[in-house]
Each structure stands twice: as structure tokens, then as C-alpha cells.
Design a binder for this molecule. Structure first.
Ligand code: ADP
Ligand code: MG
Length: 483
């Protein structure tokens, strides 16, 4: 739980998230138009999507399957009977004048997500429900100086709205929740989780209260589209509400917008209540009835889920919760690691994969899917360390060259002559040379200045071009320096 210090004492925050996730599907929720991203405006619009009179929606079974798959992955209650409802509102990019959504009878009920916090601990955030609904079109305000254009490509695309209970107590927890949810959706292939393209966006509900007091009045911040912004929005909004109350004001329930440029939230409209939308069951669509068998078949087809994988990685590979969380956060990462770790030192592999490879990829904004180094190739490098051909120090140089040149570790080690010096005679020669150059330091050492040992190690290592086997170097040096 995060504590916010105010002028008049401590405050806590309460947060609940509504995540809109675009369902991965070739076609839209109630029409056969393509749901692909990035097409030329208004090229993927059927009569249904543009709400021509008399057109009737036909439910896309695959989208329903995807919603169920998600619900099952969230360990949630599946409702065998659910109802599509019209949510009425006027907007220029909503040609129907209503959105087909689900209201009091959603397809998925209560569930929970185990989120992984930065300190390695976990927390359960409960899910209120998941329902299926249509996306609206898009108003384009930047195409013409005086006109707004409408692009209906997105109109009718299938979304899942996943609503959390107000269980989140800090920006870190909210960020962890979004990340974990995205990981789960990607594992089961129901949403690509691409927040930049808008296929996952969140509405963030924030309220403040004295620690452990009753919940305060919430504000909802719409359409936040990155994990970083989730964090910033909550920080900003918490402080805004605290300052407002401390100055004698009152938080009013309203919908706010996040201004990414200014880094602040701004009032957009006072919050509508459910009754303002005049929800009613859509007369064009019968209730959605599912059979137990249909649901069971989907349950059986689920892959190993992130939490199960995390537990297995900790148990089978002896990894910390922290490392395991990073490795399982993407299916491709987990697969890469398992390939790499086969028959090798698990911990060494985890370190090299996470710190070096992911670290390097991250610097250029990439992830494991773009890795120029395969699991086998990184494995070769790990093997060279394990069989003492090169030290960990030299391995870092080899790794940098692998990234730069695309050559294999073995080739680089041979070409650059980086094999570790494990030949006693050769090492002794280097030590003798260093001792001859540092005769006065040798004398000091022998007269009791033990601390100089590290200095000699450094000098010999340097003289060997970093190639001395560290263990051997230590032993030989001790012997040679002994008075
Ligand atoms: P609405 O349709 O008005 O947005 P929902 O029930 O769909 O209402 O969603 C409300 C969201 O707000 C949920 O995620 C819930 O957890 C969250 N929430 C409810 N009460 C509070 C509160 N006092 N402070 C913060 N979040 C809240
Ligand atoms: Mg809502």
C-alpha cells in the first residue's frame, strides 16, 4: 500500500481498472469485415458497421470463444447464458447511436489475477467481470483545418472489457496488474496487448482516503495507453485529489482525460450513471447460450499459464521469483530460456539471458523475438564459460562482438585469441614479469602489506590481456609472492 503524505496527514489510494482489450480475430464482432489494424480509412466497413437501416448483427462465434478463453485463463466464473445490451449514447463516430455491449448479464463473472510486484512478492487483484462489446469508429480531427473526418474501420471491432475490483492500492500494483493481464492475454492469444496501437487501453478509477477509512469518491481517467502512463496518471490524480480535499474542496465523480504533453488530468465530463445510457437487451440478438461441453473444450485447449510456468521455473530451475517473473512475462522469453537451459547451468543461463541478452535488446527497444542471437548461440557462449575456455569477464566482450558481428562465440574466441591462459608455465612467466616491474611493491607485500594482493591480481590479469584463469592466477600468485 502506498502512503501519500499530505499537509494534514497521511493518505492512501484506492484504484480499480477497466481494461479494453481488442479481441484477436480476423473479423468484427457482428460483421464479416476485417478487423486488421492500419488499413486505409473506411475500407473495412460493412453495412452493419455503418449502421444502415435494416441491417442485422450476427454474432462472431470465434470472438466469443476468445472471450471464454480469456475468462478461463483468469480463473473466472463462466456464465452459460449472457445477454447483449444496447448502451445508448450519441457520438459522431458511433453510427448506430448505441454500442452493443453486455450489462447485467456478462459472459464472464468474478475471477482473479496474481500480480508480481517489483520486490518479488505477489498480490491477488480480483476481477469483477469481463464482457464483450463493439468498438466505435474514430474521429480524425487533424486531417483538415475546419473539418473532422470519420474513419469507421474500427466500428464494430470486438473488445473485451475487463473490470477489476477496487483492490489496487499503489501505482506499482496498477502497473503490475496491467502487465500481468497483458501477459495472460498474449499467452492465450486473445489480444496482442499492443498498447501503442490501441489494442489495449485502460480507464483508471482513482479515489483517496485516510489510511483504512471508507472509500472516497472516485474519478475515472479515460483511455490510458501505456504502463508508464498508468503509473503517472495515478500519481498525478492522487496528489490532485489530496490537495483538493486539504484545501477544503470535494472530489466530484467525473470522467477526466490524461494530457500526455502536460502530464496532468483534466475534467472531461461529469460521470454519467448507468441509467443515463438506457441499457436494454438488444432485440436483434438472442441471449448467448453456451454448452458446458463447448466451454470444457476451450478449457482443455489452454496452454500452460504464466503463474503455473513461474512456479515450475522456480521449482525445476531453482530460480528466484524475480528472475522467474521476467522469464515468463512473454511466452517467447520462456521458450528461449528453456531451450538455452537444457543441459546447462540454470542460474548461469538465467543471468546471461536476463542481464546480458534482454538488457542489450532492451536498450534498442527490442524483445526476444528480435534477438540476433539464438538460444543455441548463447548456449555456445555459456558452454565456453562452463568448460573454462573463457572467463566471465572475457565472455562479456565476446557477447558484445556476437551482437555486433553476428559471428558465433567459438569463432570470435579463436579469431581474437581469447582462450583463457590455463598453462601454468605461461602464467608464471606473466607473474614473474609483473613482479620484476613492481619490485618495491613486492617488498612491501612481503613485509606484511597483505592488501596489495588485489593489486597484483589486477596487474597480472591486465598483463595477460584479461585471459588468465582467475583461480589459477590466484594460486600461482600466492605461491610466488610468499616471502
Ligand atoms: P462504471 O460503469 O461507472 O465505470 P464499473 O462498475 O464498470 O462502473 O467500474 C467501476 C470501476 O471503478 C471498477 O474497476 C471498480 O473497481 C472501480 N471503483 C469502484 N469504486 C471505487 C473507488 N471508490 N475508488 C476507486 N475505484 C473504484
Ligand atoms: Mg465503466
Amino acid at each position: 500500500m502506498a502512503i501519500y503524505e499530505g499537509r494534514t496527514g497521511d493518505w492512501g489510494i484506492v484504484v480499480g481498472l477497466e481494461v479494453h482489450a481488442q479481441i484477436t480475430s480476423a473479423s468484427k464482432l457482428f460483421s464479416g469485415s476485417s478487423a486488421a489494424f492500419g488499413a486505409e480509412a473506411n475500407t473495412q466497413v460493412s453495412m452493419v458497421d455503418s449502421a444502415m437501416p435494416g441491417m442485422l448483427p450476427v454474432c462472431n462465434a470465434y470472438c466469443i470463444e476468445q472471450a471464454l478463453r480469456t475468462g478461463l485463463a483468469l480463473g473466472a466464473q463462466i456464465n452459460l447464458r449472457s445477454v447483449f445490451a444496447r448502451k445508448n449514447y450519441f457520438y459522431a463516430d458511433l453510427p448506430q447511436g448505441y454500442q452493443i455491449s453486455q450489462y447485467d448479464q456478462p459472459i464472464v463473472g468474478e475471477g482473479a489475477i496474481e500480480v508480481d510486484l517489483p520486490d518479488g512478492s505477489t498480490k491477488t487483484i480480483r476481477i469483477e467481470r469481463l464482457h464483450v462489446e463493439q468498438d466505435a469508429g474514430k474521429s480524425l480531427h487533424d486531417q483538415h483545418p475546419t473539418k473532422t473526418y470519420i474513419d469507421l474501420n474500427r466500428s464494430g471491432v470486438a473488445l473485451m472489457e475487463i473490470v477489476s475490483k477496487p483492490d489496487i492500492r499503489s501505482p506499482e500494483e496498477a502497473a503490475a496488474y496491467v502487465k500481468k493481464l497483458r501477459t495472460i492475454l498474449r499467452y492465450v492469444g486473445t489480444c496482442d496487448g499492443n498498447m501503442e496501437e490501441g489494442s489495449m487501453r485502460c480507464d483508471i478509477n482513482v479515489s483517496v482516503r485516510r489510511p483504512d477509512a471508507e472509500f472516497g469518491t472516485r474519478c475515472e481517467i479515460k483511455n490510458v495507453n501505456s504502463v508508464r502512463h498508468v503509473f503517472q496518471v495515478i500519481e498525478f490524480e492522487a496528489r490532485r485529489q489530496i490537495a483538493l480535499i486539504e484545501d477544503g474542496g470535494e472530489v466530484v465523480q467525473e470522467t477526466r482525460l490524461w494530457d500526455t504533453k502536460k502530464g496532468e488530468t483534466r475534467a472531461m465530463r461529469s460521470k454519467e450513471n448507468a441509467h443515463d445510457y438506457r441499457y436494454f437487451p438488444d432485440p436483434d440478438l438472442p441471449p448467448l447460450m453456451l454448452s458446458e461441453g463447448f466451454v470444457e473444450n476451450i478449457r482443455k485447449s489452454l496452454p500452460e499459464l504464466p503463474d503455473a510456468k513461474k512456479q515450475r521455473f522456480m521449482a525445476d530451475y531453482g530460480l528466484s521469483a524475480y528472475d522467474a517473473t521476467i522469464l515468463i512475462s512473454e511466452q517467447a522469453r520462456a521458450d528461449f530460456y528453456e531451450e538455452l537451459a537444457k543441459g546447462r547451468d540454470f542460474k548461469l543461463c538465467a543471468n546471461w539471458f536476463i542481464t546480458e541478452l534482454l538488457g542489450a535488446l532492451n536498450k534498442s527497444g527490442k524483445d526476444i523475438g528480435d534477438s540476433p542471437i539464438s538460444a543455441d548461440q548463447l548456449g555456445d557462449l555459456v558452454d565456453l564459460m562452463s568448460n573454462d575456455t573463457i572467463s566471465g569477464r572475457i565472455a562479456k566482450d565476446v557477447f558484445a562482438l556476437m551482437l555486433e558481428t553476428g559471428k558465433t562465440a567459438g569463432v570470435i574466441v579463436e579469431e581474437k585469441g581469447l582462450r583463457q591462459v590455463t598453462d601454468t608455465g605461461a602464467l608464471e612467466a606473466v607473474i614473474d614479469e609483473v613482479m620484476a616491474q613492481q619490485a618495491d611493491k613486492v617488498a612491501e607485500y612481503r613485509s606484511g602489506k597483505d592488501k596489495l594482493f588485489g593489486f597484483f591480481v589486477g596487474q597480472v590479469m591486465k598483463a595477460s590481456g584479461g585471459k588468465a584463469n582467475p583461480g589459477m592466477l590466484n594460486d600461482l600468485l600466492k605461491k610466488k609472492l610468499a616471502p
